[in-house]
Write a protein that binds this ligand. Sequence first.
Ligand SMILES: Nc1nc2c(ncn2[C@@H]2O[C@H](COP(=O)(O)OP(=O)(O)OP(=O)(O)O)[C@@H](O)[C@H]2O)c(=O)[nH]1
Ligand SMILES: [Mg+2]
Length: 217
Amino acid sequence: MSTEKAETSGTTSPFDVLVAEFLAAAASDESMPPPALAEIAFAGRSNVGKSSMMNAVMQRKGLVRTSSTPGCTRSVNIFHAATRGGLDLHLVDLPGYGFAKRSKKERLDWGPLLEGYLRRRPTLRAVMVLIDVRRGLESEDEQLLEFCEQPRPGNAPLATYVVATKCDLLPKAKRKPTLAAIAAACGRRVIGFSAESHDGRLEVWKAIDRVVRGSEE
Ligand SMILES: Nc1nc2c(ncn2[C@@H]2O[C@H](COP(=O)(O)OP(=O)(O)OP(=O)(O)O)[C@@H](O)[C@H]2O)c(=O)[nH]1
Ligand SMILES: [Mg+2]
């Protein structure tokens, strides 16, 4: 199990991540570790920046494997994180969708893994749906949001958040209007994020905090 040293900025925050470690990788329902702590999952199109966002959220470089080639994350990867403010939870990296170059067999194998995890994981509380700020919400993202918002028989409903990643790739002056346009188009609040600058990290942790402490409205 790898526990890396936190990147610290000098000042302390309740959302400093004091513990961040890999817990388990599951390629099927059967190999999923037993449910324990509350889980927050990161989902979205291949290459959108799910694994990079998790490293930024956990203040670790290279704990979660990332790649410039789409299709990097191929199983449900569960990490344990504990914050200075007392949150103790799992962050879950999911394989991306919309990657046409995968073999047909792989595509067929991953659908049920993702859907099964989202539907049946009793400890799953929220899904962060990541979109590329330059592309906005695409039909597969909308389908995923709809899927996550359907009732989960026997399990608590999921909170969903739309996170627009790679905001650093937009000129500064375009960030606010672009986020506002995406929010207006999908009728939801959108959190802007950058794994490069860590912009949006606090907002993400505040959302996670509300969900995990049960004060989600
Ligand atoms: N400029 C910039 N690049 C980013 C950002 N987030 C991710 N990237 C880059 O985008 C590529 C994909 O990042 P990953 O985090 O591996 O993406 P992923 O969504 O986990 O991809 P899959 O596991 O293939 O589904 C890498 O080259 C990252 O360095 C960001 O906020 N800004
Ligand atoms: Mg990944």
